[in-house]
Design a protein around this ligand. Structure first.
Ligand code: ADP
Ligand code: MN
Ligand code: MN
Ligand code: MN
Length: 336
């Protein structure tokens, strides 16, 4: 008999940005199957999810994978329910209809590795700045690359956990990185992004570092912010077959800019200025291969007979992928 360590992970109720929380439950010889996991509870009054008088909230397991960093460990993504079993208002996953498996989402998660001692990205000298942006994006060499071993360690963890991670790259700013995860099914894409974020944040603890998901952590200097581009498709987009159909999908987003921006992350106005390969937050535009647009029609989609996927470039790195996906699904579904 072995003790299995189940790490129950959830999102707290903090505004405007929710954070990860987790606690460990020990059981004997866990089978590895989701259906064998029990609901658990926690003190919602400590996470801005309940009042002190009746503070129990429920953790309902929704996704499980091995925890490669812990012997006999498992990572259990959960959603938060109220005591009566209804979804808690902080529960973005509940906004996604579980029958929406026709939607595929590929999220590009950007982030800064942050030095807690200097309160700046790693690679930034204390009190100063490294060389200006230019050589860092996909850069090679110790003068441009900061934190590759952490990025690679995280990649291994994602692979060993069985996540659908597709790639990683060094980003435009020093100390800034990206990973991409794609899943067939919006809930699964959200689950996997959150578990990947969890492993990344936990990994940096042992180095005295942290992950900064602020969309513009260095302010209005000439340093890029971080996004979480949402690449998406459903059968309609994957088989559209005409420029008109693809553009009809893009047009569906025009009238609901505010609704989308509302769930695309806090402080995103600092990032979506219209500079640095972003559209301005109040504008709406789309175009083939256009990285200055709100929605990019990838060249692949055009060359693939106007069939494939689209990229919403507006979501920020601190957005909740569940809420982003739910909103995109709602808009795309208006197109028949
Ligand atoms: P970029 O050129 O914008 O940096 P990336 O290669 O980083 O592009 O990310 C592209 C993402 O698009 C990947 O996560 C990929 O899985 C995703 N993707 C590709 N095809 C589809 C599709 N049909 N539906 C949804 N997402 C897709
Ligand atoms: Mn990318
Ligand atoms: Mn990127
Ligand atoms: Mn992109």
């Amino acid at each position: 008999m072995a003790k299995s360590k189940l790490e129950y992970i959830w999102l707290d109720g903090y505004k405007p940005t929710q954070s990860l929380r987790s606690k460990t439950k020990l059981v004997d010889d866990f089978s590895g199957k989701l259906e064998d996991l029990k609901d658990w509870s926690f003190d919602g009054s400590s996470t801005e999810q309940a009042e002190g008088g009746s503070s129990d909230c429920i953790l309902k397991p929704v996704f499980v994978c091995p925890d490669p960093a812990i012997k006999n460990g498992w990572l259990v993504m959960t959603e938060v329910l109220n005591a009566d079993g209804t979804p808690h208002e902080s529960n973005g996953r509940a906004l996604i209809d579980d029958k929406d498996d026709d939607f595929w989402f590929g999220f590009e998660q950007e982030y800064f590795i942050w030095d807690n001692a200097t309160n700046r990205p790693i690679g930034f000298p204390e009190g100063g700045f490294p060389a200006p942006q230019g050589p860092y994006y996909c850069g090679v060499g110790g003068q441009f690359v900061f934190g590759r071993e952490i990025k690679d360690e995280h990649l291994e963890l994602c692979i060993e956990a069985g996540l659908d991670i597709e790639g990683t790259n060094g980003e435009v700013a020093a100390g800034q990185w990206e990973f991409q995860i794609m899943a067939k099914g919006a809930q699964s894409a959200g689950d996997q992004i959150w578990v990947a974020r969890y492993m990344l944040e936990r990994l940096t603890e042992k180095y005295g570092l942290s992950i900064n998901y602020h969309p513009k952590p260095l302010g209005q200097l000439d340093w890029n912010g971080s996004g979480m581009h949402a690449n998406f498709s459903n059968s309609l987009i994957r088989t559209a077959g005409s420029e008109a159909k693809i553009k009809e999908v893009c047009e569906a987003f025009r009238g609901v800019v505010a609704e989308h921006i509302a769930v695309y992350g806090a402080y995103n106005d600092q990032r979506l200025t219209g500079k640095h390969e972003t559209a301005a937050i109040t504008d709406f535009s789309y175009g083939v291969s256009d990285r200055g647009a709100s929605i990019r029609i990838p060249l692949f989609t055009k060359n693939n007979g106007w069939s494939g996927y689209l990229e919403d470039r507006r979501p920020a790195s601190n957005a909740d992928p569940y809420k982003v996906a739910a909103r995109i699904i709602k808009t795309v579904k208006t197109v028949k």
